[in-house]
Design a protein around this ligand. Sequence first.
Ligand code: G4P
Length: 529
Amino acid sequence: MSFKDEIARRRTFGIISHPDAGKTTLTEKLLLFGGAIQEAGAVKSNKIKKGATSDFMEIERQRGISVATSVLAFNYKDKKINILDTPGHKDFAEDTFRTLTAVDSVIVVIDVAKGVEEQTEKLVEVCRMRNIPMIVFINKLDREGKDAFDLLDEVEQKLKLTVTPLSFPIGMGYDFKGIYNIWEKNINLFTGDSRKDIEETIAFDDVNNPELDKIVGEEHAEKLREELELVTEIYPDFDREAYLKGDLQPVFFGSALNNFGVRELLDCFIEIAPQPRPKESDTRLVKADEEKFSGFVFKIHANMDPKHRDRLAFIKIVSGTFERNKPYLHVRHNKNLKFASPNAFFAEKKEIVDVSYPGDIVGLHDTGNFKIGDTLTEGEVMNFKGIPSFSPEHFRYINNADPMKSKQLEKGIDQLMDEGVAQLFTLEMNGRKVIGTVGALQYEVIQYRLEHEYGAKCSYENFPAYKACWVKPEDTKSEEFAEFKRVKQKFLGHDKHGQLVFLADSEFSIQMTQQKYPSVKLYFTSDFY
Ligand code: G4P
């Protein structure tokens, strides 16, 4: 197969949802279609079990699973599909944000009864900002839920999307008869008393055909006709270009648990979803079909076995081929590195691979060379953009609780920050260190891992910040900037790249600061330059 064909057949995507909407179940059914697993229940949920948030074994269990499910690859028809795992738990949202920099498209799973939930809103916002193509899957149609039109409205309003249904449910819950597939023009019937049987598909390109009444009953047939008419009136026709630009989001209905509507989703997905997309670097746009290799680190997984200090850095290949034992330039360190055993992922297994293509993810064993966001190339000096840090929501001073182990503590903090577990800010005034996280759970993870992996002990102290704002003055020599620095001295620090950060204690303080020092710009993510 030619290099171009290899690229064209790749689909690298993420499934995002609020916990419990059915992401794991859907992933599993997709893998079953690909023949990558043989039975249901083979994919472990990566979610933190309810009520177990302070149980460290649970955290470790979760880390173990998240290594296994980081990339789930399989072949379906003639396509190579890479599903990148995205933790649903809100305390790990930053991990998910970063993974979203490595996907070419996403599927958003929504629970038909619960509608659009908080995590979905946050994650979709990130995708929208990056114009990532999205397909929406409304799940659990076998249960009583919201009216389909109400739900489509909710998706449009809360998620600020422009949707167009490509399938439509016939009844719902106990009265669920099946789905009309607008994309393929057929009907999928939900049969069997147990409601667990795989569907029967009937080609049906004209819903006005009286046969429909016989198949689903007069009442349902009439309602479906009216609803489909409304769909045509209200929603735009599907347009692949608009979908690829992130301007239009097709919607499917189904039930992942019953494997209902999943094949339809997958068949449409492989046709319309983008092949590996170009990526912007600080010097130019890099296209997948360029001959020379380039890629970037979007995830680091470390120290599952405390006896070994090795880590696995996950690289998304942007262009060219990645070959085993070939030297590549680590741009930030300006040194060449070779990898004797790059891992490729297949379902839940990983294996050593000789050649990987754009869209693929390789896992590289690392002894501390990589940070999230690092670029590897075949010699070109450039850095991929778009792996921002987001403002944390929790802030605490970190103190050394065992003075004999300060070296270990420093090293541990340094490595955990490289992994992206949390963000470290060093206060300008006194050099004290503040850890910022997206969720409170991370503090326990850090404390536990520092002790078990680095032999260091830490304690925390409250630091009264509300948000981290990255600071960029229009003029570094201005009087206004000097005054800002003087007045806000106590709240200024530097992130790990040395960028100036204002740790504001309230929304009010951010607003006042913006009013008072209009030439000092504040940003809530670190990728503003
Ligand atoms: P998540 O990864 O998004 O967190 O969700 P997950 O797939 O774990 O699904 C959450 C719960 O919803 C699971 O039930 C799962 O069986 C159920 N579920 C998923 N899809 C459907 C569907 O189409 N219909 C119905 N009725 N339920 C669905 P659970 O009781 O929490 O877990 P389990 O004990 O069944 O594993």
